[in-house]
Ligand binder design. Structure first.
Ligand SMILES: Cc1ncc(C[n+]2csc(CCOP(=O)(O)OP(=O)(O)O)c2C)c(N)n1
Ligand SMILES: [Mg+2]
Length: 535
């Protein structure tokens, strides 16, 4: 008997070498040989109830941990079921490795009516992957994985799809299993001295500088706070960066770029330092249009193409966000305390004005936002779906730590994200996780409640129940379009949760939320907390 390891065994071995701990997947006849390598590999397999759930879980796992989420999927329907969640991860630059099967090499592209056959499967994922590779020989596997992990560690992250023909899973590979080791990964790139010198000079000379942080700045929060203090500059966060700088920091203006008063402050700055942000319009809650910067714009991004996206900069620095902010911090002298205090007063005033800019009708939700903030443990991760209460928490609920805000409410905006993403986040981290989702969004991925029960996850799931697609209903009313397709018959959510083996309760007053969340966090099973929202 040959001791040659199989492709599947080498795959598992290398994933462990790259520090992968958990994989999210649903097996099928095509992946039986992949699963032969799994027990004893050290990988923990999590089984969702739909492949969209697998990829959303991988996404939530990646956002909470900073490490790539990994999926194992079958050919054809397994992969296309995950496509929407992969596209959400692509839109938000989340590292995700999708390993899927594909039909035998001899059958590829033939359309022969084979099981699960998608004749040009790789074409489907290319539109939402940062890299896609179809293995044609087992010898390519180590390099394909090395390329994927290099991209995750040193490039702009996103999904990578590697498809493995089913005749290769059990194929022998050279040498011994222990010969297969991870490639050394690139360290994040720093900026050139010239770029740092120029940027620090502009910032030093600025009278009204502003710092903007985007989702790529997750590791840059501390350096950004120090820089803000030195420059007496306010820091504003995109929704993807919420929590990166502690929203208690007196110079932090939160994730409030939707509001005109904040926009004006940013656009009238004499120097804007925009770090790892797309400067995209979706942070503006459907208000079309980008920024009209009046001063100089310095952009920092790991992706050279993004440096020119939406707004052309006056200075473009292609490097890692945390590296550059640390370099600028070292280059700049200590600031003036009086200037810092003056900016802090301006920030407090801006935050006050944001509240008065809220669109009519949403005031009724504020007591719920406040109750939720009080109910969340200091280090909690809040995972939100596209539900009306989340549009308020986006701005009005302060968060205090990086990687504590996981949301699909901007960008690709996929309903059904929050339940599986919260499961992934909970599996990634020992921090408490709370999910917030509408009655409509919940039904998209409800089956994943079974996976959460199976994993014995302590997970409060707040369901904002307004018996319909409330946001769209409001848009129809505003546009004087007769309501159609927006009023839903909802199930008895509490009974439904209990039938899954989860706990359930119903509340209709904000004062009840704190106790409900606290009790849920004590349980070793999820708790569906239905909120009756008749407004
Ligand atoms: C996959 C997908 N389909 C449709 C939409 C359009 N959409 C955005 S919000 C929304 C309503 C969501 O209803 P619910 O989850 O109950 O939240 P509510 O607005 O009622 O608070 C819909 C249908 C979407 N964002 N994603
Ligand atoms: Mg609803």
């Amino acid at each position: 008997m040959s001791s040659a390891p199989t492709c599947a065994q080498v795959l598992m071995r290398l994933l462990r070498e790259y520090q992968v701990e958990k994989v999210f997947g649903i097996p099928g006849v095509h992946t039986i040989e992949l699963y032969r390598g799994l027990p004893g590999s050290g990988l923990i397999h999590i089984t969702p109830r739909h492949e969209q759930g697998a990829a959303f879980m991988a996404d939530g796992y990646a956002r909470a941990s900073g490490k790539p989420g990994v999926c194992f999927l079958i050919t054809g329907p397994g992969l296309t079921n995950a496509a929407t969640a992969m596209a959400q991860a692509y839109s938000d630059s989340i590292p995700m490795l999708v390993i899927s099967a594909v039909n035998r090499r001899a059958d590829l592209g033939m359309g022969g009516g084979r099981l699960h056959e998608l004749p040009r499967q790789s074409d489907v994922t290319r539109g939402f992957c940062v890299w896609q590779h179809s293995l044609t020989d087992v010898g390519q596997l180590p390099e394909a994985l090395a390329r994927a992990f290099q991209l995750f560690s040193a490039g702009r992250p996103g999904p990578v799809h590697i498809e493995i023909p089913i005749d290769l899973f059990a194929a022998p590979m050279r040498g011994q299993l222990q010969d297969y080791r991870a490639s050394p990964l690139a360290l994040p790139a720093a900026a050139s001295d010239t770029a740092v010198e120029k940027a620090s000079q502009w910032l030093k000379d600025a009278e009204r500088p502003v710092i903007l942080l985007g989702g790529g700045a997750q590791e840059a929060g501390e350096a950004a706070s120090r820089l803000a203090e030195k420059l007496a500059a306010p820091v504003f966060l995109s929704l993807a960066a919420k929590g990166v700088v502690n929203e208690r920091h007196p110079l932090c203006g939160g994730a409030n770029l939707s509001f005109d008063v904040v926009r004006e402050r940013v656009e009238n700055a004499d120097v804007v330092l925009a770090v790892a942000t797309e400067l995209a319009e979706t942070d503006r809650n459907l208000v079309r249009g980008g920024y009209g910067f009046k001063g100089r714009l310095i952009r920092v991004d790991i992706d050279p193409a993004q440096l020119a996206g939406n707004c052309n900069p006056d200075l473009a620095i292609c490097a890692d966000a945390a590296q550059v902010l640390q370099q600028l911090d070292r280059a700049l002298p200590d600031g003036d305390a009086a200037a810092r205090e003056a900016t802090a007063r301006q920030v407090a005033l801006l935050l006050e004005k944001c509240r008065s800019e809220w669109w009519p009708g949403s005031e009724a939700r504020f007591p719920w936002v406040e109750a939720l903030r009080a109910a969340l443990p200091e280090d909690a991760i809040l995972v939100t779906d596209s539900t009306q209460l989340a549009y308020n928490t986006n701005h009005a609920l302060p968060l205090y730590q990086p990687r504590s805000h996981i949301t699909c409410t901007t960008g690709y905006g996929t309903l059904g994200f929050a339940l599986p993403a919260s499961i992934g986040a909970r599996l990634a981290d020992s921090r408490p996780v709370v999910a917030l989702i509408g009655d409509g969004g919940l039904m998209f991925t409800l089956g994943e409640l079974a996976a959460a029960v199976e994993q014995r996850l302590s997970l409060p799931i707040l369901v904002w129940n307004n018996s319909g697609y409330g946001e769209i209903r409001d848009f129809m009313d505003a546009a004087q379009v007769a309501q159609e397709g927006v009023n839903l018959r909802t199930p008895d959510f509490v009974a439904l949760a209990q039938s899954f083996g989860a706990a359930g309760c119903k509340i209709d007053q904000p004062q009840q939320l704190g106790a409900a969340v606290a009790e849920a966090l004590q349980r070793d099973t999820p708790t569906l907390i239905e909120i009756t929202a008749d407004f």
